[in-house]
Design a binder for this molecule. Structure first.
Ligand SMILES: Cc1cc2nc3c(=O)[nH]c(=O)nc-3n(C[C@H](O)[C@H](O)[C@H](O)COP(=O)(O)OP(=O)(O)OC[C@H]3O[C@@H](n4cnc5c(N)ncnc54)[C@H](O)[C@@H]3O)c2cc1C
Length: 310
């Protein structure tokens, strides 16, 4: 019988000592909302040569396509910035982060829409849902936004007794729905299956999951969920995620802030308005759509071309 060829794996010893990007910690956790948390559990690469950050894994992958070139840390930064600016995204997929998260179910519903992550969630069919509910503080109950049907905006002025009553009533309402938990427990004790008993529980009950995502898609999650258009509660988790990953991939986060988070994307009509401004004309958008006008107002103010309101 012909033998299958065998090969011996080649191990190469690192030239410089390796360090743990999580500093030897098994878990790095930040509290979020009243009972939630976001904990970094693992990262890939976990070990990097001393003096480098996990950003080096992006550079290492990119150099497969661009050749070795020079290997100075300053040039790594330049390469990462180039890749991000030109949306050469696959090298960022070489880095992964795994989190353990506890969040209210209404936050989890928004979060799960980010399909490019791997998720394993607490099972309310298998286990009892713990008595843990999200309740905003009285002074953080938001009013319905007048301009954005999907958002909340200013809080109720608590100094005005008439207005203060409404957030109090809202918290009473939450206390009433939380009082359903003992009934849920009793019904499960009486034999109702956990998978059915849980369907009467409210959306502010906490769930937990493990969430693993590569850096490219994680940055997309952050761009969408740190944005002021996202709901405040999920923004709190996005901010915690950013705080945990930033020390591990500082060059990437710096480039992402510069080219994405704190950048302004312009439409053709907006560029024409800026051209008009450089010719001494008012930077007005030639467009009748009110929403687009309002968006241009915000960008115009950010660019220092005039007030948000025309
Ligand atoms: C402020 C805000 C308001 C929102 N409001 C609503 C709402 O009212 N209703 C609602 O249903 N959703 C809403 N969403 C969810 C939103 O539409 C997206 O589903 C969510 O943000 C996930 O984005 P994503 O698809 O880019 O992420 P991911 O699922 O992580 O995908 C990342 C990228 O991978 C690619 N991709 C992934 N899957 C596919 C696929 N099957 N086919 C092709 N390309 C794919 C796409 O390029 C995508 O951008 C809202 C999101 C935000 C931030």
């Amino acid at each position: 019988m012909p033998q299958a060829p065998t090969t011996t794996p080649k191990d190469t010893a690192p030239q410089t000592p390796l360090i743990d990007v999580m500093g030897g910690a098994a878990r790095r956790e930040l509290p979020v909302l009243d009972h939630g948390f976001l904990a970094l559990i693992d990262a890939m690469p976990r070990l990097v040569p001393q003096g480098l950050t996990a950003d080096s894994a992006i550079v290492q992958a990119a150099r497969v396509s661009y050749g070795q070139g020079t290997k100075q840390v300053s040039e790594d930064r330049g390469l990462i910035r180039y890749l991000l600016r030109h949306r050469h995204t696959t090298p960022f997929e070489m880095i992964e982060f795994k989190f353990h998260v506890a969040m209210p179910i209404f936050v989890a519903r928004q979060w799960i829409r980010h399909r490019t992550a791997n998720v394993n969630e607490y099972s309310g069919r298998y286990s009892i849902m713990p008595d843990r509910f999200y309740t905003p503080t009285l002074d953080s109950v938001r009013k319905q936004s007048a301009s954005n049907r999907q958002g909340g905006e200013a809080t109720f002025p608590l100094s005005d007794p008439d207005q203060a009553r409404t957030p109090e009533q809202f918290l009473e309402f939450l206390r009433d729905v939380e009082a359903l938990h003992p009934r849920y427990m009793k019904l499960t004790e009486q034999g109702v299956s956990r998978e059915l008993a849980r369907i009467g529980l409210p959306q502010n009950i906490y769930t937990e999951w493990y969430w693993k995502c590569d850096l490219h898609n994680l940055l997309r999650f952050l761009s969408l969920r740190i944005d002021p258009h996202a709901q405040l509660e999920i923004r709190a988790y996005a901010a915690a995620m950013l705080a945990l990953i930033e020390p591990i991939v500082p060059m990437t986060v710096e480039a992402w802030r510069d080219y994405e988070l704190e950048s302004v994307r312009l439409t053709r009509l907006e560029i024409e308005a800026i051209r008009a401004h450089t010719k001494g004309q008012a930077p007005d958008l030639v467009c009748e759509n009110k929403r687009e006008q309002a968006e241009w107002g915000a960008k115009r103010a950010a660019l220092g071309l005039g007030p948000a309101e025309a």
